[in-house]
Structure formats: structure tokens, C-alpha cells
Write a protein that binds this ligand. Structure first.
Ligand code: FCB
Length: 467
């Protein structure tokens, strides 16, 4: 009989060490994330232009229950309360997005000073509370006028207008906002919006046109990086927030790990792989054939503009195994019994928080990583004390953070974690039916009530360790 030597390696101080081993690196940032259309409301106030999400939500039948973002969580008015909530959570960072049509109601041309004023007030409030602002420039609310004029992201003109808007905002906010994300989740706004028609602008383009949208979107990102560098304060840091498809090896053996790595590179080929490598993979181009995007080498250089960090939104793992047949890997479907949270797509797999950062390091040598979103919807019924006892969200969060901590303990350069979301909000085509917040919003009164998970988050953030 063999004896496992590791069983005997525990010393009397093991419990203490165990606790220390739950700690995140010094200076790690803890924050929450939101997006303009999902929380702000005030959809047509102070000179704001219509966005494609205003138009989409105002079209009957598009959103569950006929919900719209017209009022949402009324953050436009209640932002001071919301910053107080963040402070009470022990957060020291906040990721929010800027509504392009608030700044440029006509998409381009004349700016609307009142739009920028709102973000100036928000940023000042955050800084006064000791919370570092991280601003996303595009979280899907394209000015409707650009959809009408140019077909939105079907046109390179939209990519250019995006860069102008990004440069304009960065010039005015970068004295206080140090970090900007260009875009949020290409795969969602392009594929769901222009491919499947489930999201604004509700198009179902054929493959060649869809691939061109994909290309124009990453081009817009690259042009925005350049415009921000040209206009922002010198030490401004630029990245993006991408829902990386994370290959998780089904068994942690070298062959499955290698297969999951190859999967990750190819599954992200039109987006993050292209951005970080400055080329489309051969397999991607071959798979698209005559429908592949049209571009020149100058485009690729722009797309590949150097970044200061990469943010990844991590929700769902892609379980992968090695196979003998080409391409050497296979993504495994979720069986019916796989556990999930309240959103139908929300299959649980906290290992993605470990493998995501590892992949970024290994495939592309990324030196600064943020988890820009991670979270889940839950049923969240308030208990007798008026607080939602969301033990399921706490379970989700604890497991996610344990895996993230596993990554940082092995040297993954993750600098911060943003929980999606601060408070319940407009969950796109699902409307208000899915609640993702650490804080509950009563939509009838707009009253905010922290859930039990808010206390969990606070313990984690203030101790900088899994609690
Ligand atoms: C992400 C989006 C974010 C939110 C979460 C649940 O895909 O970036 O706006 O809706 O999903």
C-alpha cells in the first residue's frame, strides 16, 4: 500500500496558512459593474439622442413583459445614492459605461454638454468616495441615427465616429478617469444584434455581411485606442471588456489542457484573438471562405494597437476535451442536469475564473488582467426581514472567487474583480425579469435594499480574501 506523502505535510499552523492562502494580491481592486442603458433611465432627457436600445425596447414584442429602459433604476437621478451603496459595499473601484447618444445625440458632430456633465458629476462623486472610476465607452447603446444613416456597425463610418466620440470623452474625463474600456463584448452586440436579431438593432444579416460587422467592430476598437492615446492625459490606461470564450479542460491533464488552449484561441478568432495577434487565424478564414471579412494590412495594425490591460467578462465555461480527429479538441454540450442559475444560459462552472486568466497569460502574454464582469441572476425573494437571502448567489460568488484566487496564487496578473452587478437592472431582452444585483431594486418605488450577498461581497472586499 502506498501512502500519500502530502497527507502528512500539514503542520500545526496549517489552518492559519490556509486562511492566508485565501488572500488576493495587495492592491487588488474590488468593484461592481453596470452599463448606461441598463441603469440610467432618463432616456430622452437633457438633450440625449435615441439609442438603438431605446428603439428596440420601444418596439412591441422585443423585450419580455414589454419592459423598457426608460426609467430603469433611475441612476441618472439617484447616482449619489448609488455611490453611497458602493461605498457601503467596501468597493474601491466601479465600472460604468457612457451613453454615446448622451454625448453626441446625432452620433457625431456637435456634442451635448449636458450629457458629459452627468458623467462629470458621477466621476467626481466616485472620487470623493475613494472609488476608482473605470469607464466603458461602448456598452451597446449606439446612437439610432447612425444605424439609420450608415447601417450602424455595417459601416466603417461608424467605427470612425466611435473613435471620434472615444477621443472626445477621454480628453475630457482622463484628468480623473485613469482607465477606459473601448467596448463591451463584441460577440454579444454583433452576433445577437446583427446576426440573430435577438438584440438591437434586430438584424439577421447573412454571413459575409455579419463578418464585415465583426471586422468593423474590432476596427472601431483599434481606432478608439488610437484616438484615446492621442487625446487623453499621458498616463491613461486603455483596454477592453470581452466575454472571452474560456475553454476549460474537462480533466486537468496535459492533453486536455492543450486542447482547451487551442479551443480558446480559435473560439475567439474574430475578436480577442484578432486584436491581440493582429491577424485572423487561418482556421477562421478557411471556415468562412468567400464570406470572410474584407480588410487590408493597415486595418490589422490598427486592430492590434497595444493595450494596457485586458478585461474579461466571465460567466459560463466551455468544457473541452482532447480528441484524435482534427482539430484536436471538442467542446462538450451541457447535459440537461448541469446546474445553472436563474438565467437560462447561466451554467455554473467557476473554473472559468481560473482558466480565463491563465489562457490570457499563456496565449497572449497579457500582463494586466481584470475580471470586468462575473455574476448571476437569482430568484431573490426578500425574507421576513426584508432582505433577500440569496445564498445561491453567495455560493456562486464564493466558488468563482476561490478559482480566481487559485489563478492569482499561481501568478496570474489579475488586478481586480468587478461583480455584475451593483444592483438589479434592465437585463436586455429579458427586461427586469432577471435580477443580477448585490442590491435589490424595487422597481415600483426605486428603493434599493442590499441583499445578503452584499454583506458577503463586503467581507471579501474589505479583507481582500475569499470570505
Ligand atoms: C453581459 C453583459 C451585461 C449583463 C450581463 C448579465 O453579457 O455585458 O450587460 O447583461 O451579461
Amino acid at each position: 500500500m502506498t501512502v500519500d506523502a502530502t497527507q502528512h505535510s500539514r503542520t500545526p499552523s496549517a489552518e492559519h496558512e490556509n486562511q492566508a492562502s485565501q488572500t488576493f494580491p495587495e492592491g487588488f481592486l474590488w468593484g461592481t459593474a453596470t452599463a448606461s442603458y441598463q441603469i440610467e433611465g432618463a432616456w430622452n432627457e437633457d438633450g440625449k439622442g435615441e439609442s438603438i436600445w431605446d428603439r428596440f425596447a420601444h418596439t412591441p414584442g422585443r423585450i419580455d413583459n414589454g419592459d423598457t429602459g426608460d426609467v430603469a433604476a433611475d441612476h441618472y437621478r439617484l447616482y449619489k445614492d448609488d455611490v453611497r451603496l458602493m461605498k457601503a459595499l467596501g468597493a474601491n473601484a466601479y465600472r460604468f459605461s457612457i451613453s454615446w447618444p448622451r454625448i453626441f445625440p446625432d452620433g457625431a458632430g456637435a456634442a451635448n454638454p449636458k450629457g458629459l456633465d452627468f458623467y462629470n458629476r458621477l466621476v467626481d462623486e466616485l472620487l470623493a468616495a475613494g472609488i476608482a472610476p473605470f469607464a466603458t465607452l461602448y456598452h451597446w447603446d449606439l446612437p439610432q441615427v447612425l444605424q439609420d444613416r450608415w447601417g450602424g456597425w455595417e459601416s466603417r463610418d461608424t467605427a470612425r465616429a466611435f473613435a471620434d466620440y472615444a477621443g472626445y470623452v477621454a480628453e475630457r474625463l482622463s484628468d480623473r478617469v485613469r482607465s477606459f474600456f473601448t467596448t463591451n463584448e463584441f460577440a454579444v452586440f454583433v452576433d445577437s444584434g446583427y446576426g440573430e436579431g435577438r438584440f438591437a438593432p434586430a438584424l439577421r444579416l447573412p454571413p459575409a455581411r455579419l463578418n464585415q460587422v465583426r471586422h468593423n467592430a474590432v476596427l472601431g476598437h483599434g481606432l478608439a485606442v488610437k484616438a484615446i492615446r492621442a487625446n487623453a492625459a499621458p498616463r491613461t490606461r486603455i483596454g477592453l471588456a470581452e466575454n472571452l470564450a474560456v475553454g476549460v479542460p474537462i480533466i486537468e491533464t496535459p492533453e486536455h489542457i492543450a486542447a482547451a488552449e487551442r479551443f480558446t484561441r480559435e473560439a475567439n478568432a474574430p475578436y480577442l484573438t484578432a486584436i491581440l495577434e493582429g491577424r485572423y487565424t487561418d482556421a477562421y478564414l478557411a471556415s468562412q471562405g468567400a464570406n470572410a471579412p474584407k480588410y487590408d494590412s493597415e486595418d490589422l495594425k490598427i486592430i492590434n494597437s497595444p493595450l494596457d490591460f485586458v478585461g474579461i467578462n466571465v460567466y459560463v465555461p466551455k468544457y473541452v476535451r482532447a480528441i484524435d480527429a482534427a482539430p484536436g479538441y471538442e467542446q462538450l454540450a451541457f447535459p440537461k442536469s448541469h446546474p445553472r442559475m436563474a438565467a437560462p444560459w447561466s451554467f455554473i462552472g467557476p473554473e472559468a475564473l481560473y482558466w480565463g486568466p491563465r489562457r490570457l497569460m499563456k496565449l497572449w502574454n497579457v500582463s494586466d488582467i481584470y475580471i470586468t464582469e462575473n455574476g448571476c441572476a437569482a430568484a431573490d425573494q426578500p425574507a421576513a426581514d426584508g432582505v433577500a437571502h440569496d445564498v445561491d448567489r453567495i455560493m456562486f460568488l464564493r466558488n468563482s472567487l476561490t478559482q480566481l484566487r487559485r489563478a492569482t496564487s499561481e501568478g496570474a496578473p489579475v488586478r481586480g474583480y468587478f461583480h455584475w452587478s451593483l444592483m438589479d437592472n434592465f437585463e436586455w431582452a429579458s427586461g427586469y425579469g432577471l435580477r443580477f444585483g448585490l442590491v435589490r431594486v424595487d422597481y415600483a418605488t426605486l428603493k434599493r435594499t442590499p441583499k445578503l450577498s452584499a454583506s458577503f461581497f463586503k467581507a471579501v472586499a474589505t479583507q481582500n480574501q475569499v470570505a
